[in-house]
Design a protein. Structure first.
Length: 222
C-alpha cells in the first residue's frame, strides 16, 4: 500500500532524489559515525562539515525528513522491506509539486532509500522515540481551571451564604490517533499534594539522568 507522503516531507524527499550519488554517500558515512543526536537540527549542524556539498539549510531539511521517515517506520509495525516498497510507491504516486517531475527510476530510488534507511544511528533514535511513547495514553497538554463556587441556602433567591474554591485539572491525551481529555476536581490540599508529587518526579528524573551519565548511557529522550 502506497504511503501518504506528508507535505512537510516532500521537499526533503525531493532533495534526496536530486542529490548526486557522491553527496548521498558522504551523507550516509557522516550519519553512520555521528553520535545519536535526537534533535534533527543539531544532527545537521554536527555533520555539516562532512557534507559540505550540501548547504546547511538543505541538509537540515533532509535530516528532518529522514528522522520523520525512520519514526514512521518504527511505529508502522511492518517489515523494513514492506515499508520501503510502500514508501517508494508513495513517492512515485505523490501529487506534491516538489515530487511531480522525478527523473529517477523506481529501482534507483529504492536502492538510494534502502541505504538511507539502514543507518544504525537513526535506527537507535527512532527506537528510543517508540520506547518513550510506548503506552496506552500519551500526554498532550494540560490546564488547571480555578473558580469560586457559591453555596446557596435553601432559598435560591437569597444571596449565597458562602463559597468554595475548586481547581479543575484538565488533561488532554492521545489514544491511538484520537485526542481525548478528562477532568479531575481538586481542592486546595489536593492541589498541594499534586504539586509535591510532581516535584518528587522531577527530582527522580534528575537522579536517573545522573545515573545514566555515570553509566555512560546516551540520553535519547525527547
Amino acid at each position: 500500500m502506497a504511503l501518504n507522503i506528508p507535505k512537510r516531507d516532500s521537499a526533503g524527499i525531493a532533495s534526496i532524489i536530486n542529490l548526486p550519488d557522491t553527496s548521498i554517500e558522504l551523507l550516509i558515512k557522516a550519519l553512520i559515525i555521528a553520535p545519536s543526536l535526537v534533535n534533527a537540527d543539531e544532527m545537521a549542524k554536527y555533520i555539516s562539515s562532512d557534507v559540505s556539498s550540501i548547504s546547511l539549510g538543505q541538509l537540515t531539511t533532509i535530516i528532518d525528513t529522514l528522522y520523520s521517515i525512520y519514526h514512521f517506520r518504527e511505529f508502522s509495525g511492518v517489515s523494513s522491506s514492506r515499508f520501503l516498497d510502500d514508501l517508494i510507491d508513495g513517492i512515485t504516486a505523490s501529487s506534491h509539486p516538489e515530487l511531480d517531475s522525478k527523473d529517477i527510476e523506481s529501482s534507483s530510488l529504492r536502492a538510494r532509500f534502502e541505504k538511507l534507511l539502514n543507518i544504525d544511528t537513526l535506527k537507535i533514535i527512532s527506537k528510543a522515540a517508540r520506547l518513550q511513547s510506548d503506552g496506552e495514553r500519551l500526554y498532550c497538554s494540560s490546564k488547571i481551571l480555578s473558580d469560586i463556587r457559591p453555596v446557596f441556602s435553601e432559598d435560591p433567591t437569597a444571596r449565597p451564604v458562602g463559597a468554595v474554591i475548586t481547581h479543575t485539572l484538565k488533561i488532554t491525551h492521545h489514544v491511538g490517533k484520537d485526542l481525548e481529555e478528562f477532568h479531575v476536581v481538586l481542592d486546595s490540599y489536593e492541589l498541594e499534594v499534586l504539586k509535591d508529587v510532581i516535584i518528587r518526579a522531577c527530582v527522580k528524573d534528575e537522579t536517573l539522568r545522573a545515573l545514566m551519565k555515570e553509566a555512560n548511557l546516551t540520553d535519547l529522550g525527547l
